[in-house]
Design a protein around this ligand. Structure first.
Ligand code: SAM
Length: 381
């Protein structure tokens, strides 16, 4: 992902006109050939100003094809009788989608429901909660907490969405590689997360530390009983990726049994209070692990260092504190990237800053990964 489709802190887009929007759809179709449904739809929109127009209703920073696609997916999930729905395997409860060109059905649905789509686009922003990201988070937590693995964790997620990643220790998390496979989490979980390990050398996966408390912080948290909010999260998933929707739905089921605490607030301004809450719900000796995954990137660059200041103060009380990020390159402040990574600007970078015995240790880049955890590479340098 790059440019207007997901780079670190995308710029304002108010100046974009209809022809620019159509160009973005054309680029999207070219960039993601592995998504046949979305590529075909985007090719259609790129050549059809009437179909593209609803995206002009998007609020600042949101004028991107993914929002248009999510609005249509939401419509399909809400009303599986619309013509476009038969191309969406998840909505039609069928896998895979039929062969042929989806565009005529999609165009017909878009024009017929233009007002609904425009309203959805005007009032929503894209929001995902990608459960398979547990693959890279588990690897990052194992590396970040290796020196204090015996201490239970007060876990905090910045930008938690519905909080599904806070439950990663309830998932079966597999890393597969030619050097052998590894498994952490709950082996018999109905939620299975899988990623390829592309590291040069693969060591056995460190077990996840025991989680004593978990709190998620989000500007727009989605409660596990919020049917409309959860449908929007589903709509933001790409239906072309096999198993993604099903994994999300099983994680939601599991979260109904173990609902994480979610707090509405800003991940910088409200972090100190949320860390204190997580500590209060854990044991006095628990270490603090704060993480973000594709969320810090939405915070203005100049505000990000304040996260470290909050954690510095939390660490002054003596407990180990770790801050793990899985974000686009250059997002975590204070971390120097190895020169070898600069060529990989399509990747997500795993990095950690840690405080031990009250002082910060050397920040580290842990590796790179696919933004949805399809692969990780812990070879750095
Ligand atoms: C792309 S989603 C990622 C969600 C989740 N971390 C994951 O990886 O699946 C980004 C989340 O960050 C939240 N967010 C964006 N800016 C925020 C802020 N300043 N404070 C708190 N949450 C924020 C959004 O509401 C959204 O839920």
């Amino acid at each position: 992902m790059n440019g207007r489709f997901g780079s670190d802190h995308d710029g304002p887009d108010e100046g974009l006109e209809l022809s620019d929007v159509q160009t973005m759809f054309a680029e999207f179709a070219t960039n993601l050939p592995e998504l046949p449904l979305y590529a075909a739809i985007c090719r259609g929109v790129a050549a059809d100003p009437e179909a593209a127009a609803p995206l002009l209703a998007a609020s600042a920073g949101q004028r991107r094809p993914v929002l248009w696609l999510a609005a249509l997916h939401d419509l399909v999930l809400r009303d599986p009788a619309v013509a476009a729905a038969r191309w969406y395997a998840g909505a039609a409860a069928r896998d895979p989608a039929p062969p042929g060109d989806p565009w005529p059905d999609v165009r017909c649905t878009v024009l017929e429901h233009r007002d609904t789509l425009t309203e959805t686009i005007a009032t929503h922003s894209t929001q995902t909660n990608e459960v398979n990201r547990a693959v890279y988070l588990a690897a990052a937590f194992g590396a970040a907490c290796a020196d204090v693995a015996e201490q239970t964790v007060a876990l905090v997620e910045m930008g938690a969405s519905a909080g599904l990643l806070l439950l990663l220790d309830h998932y079966r998390i597999e890393r597969r590689s030619s050097h052998g496979n590894s498994l952490v989490g709950a082996p018999h979980s109905p939620v299975v997360c899988v990623g390829e390990d592309r590291s040069d050398t693969v060591s056995p996966a460190a077990p996840l530390p025991i989680v004593a408390s978990r709190v998620g912080l989000d500007l727009h948290p989605v409660a596990i009983d919020d049917v409309v909010g959860l449908r929007w999260l589903e709509a933001c998933l790409w239906p072309d990726v096999p198993g993604r929707l099903e994994r999300f739905r099983s994680a939601v089921e599991l979260a109904r049994e173990h609902p994480p605490t979610l707090v509405r607030g800003d991940m910088v301004d409200d972090l100190a209070a949320v860390v204190a809450l997580a500590q209060q719900n854990a044991r006095p000796s628990s270490q603090v692990v704060v993480f973000s995954s594709w969320a810090l990137t939405y915070v203005a660059r100049e505000r990000r260092q304040r996260v470290a200041e909050v954690l510095d103060r939390a660490a002054a009380r003596g407990v180990p504190v770790s801050w793990v990020t899985a974000e686009p390159m250059g997002c975590m402040p204070g971390v120097t990237l190895p020169p070898s990574l600069t060529a990989h600007d399509a990747t997500t970078v795993l990095a950690v800053r840690r405080w031990r015995d009250g002082s910060e240790t050397e920040p580290r880049v842990l590796g790179t990964c696919h933004p949805h955890g399809e692969w990780i590479d812990l070879t750095v340098g």
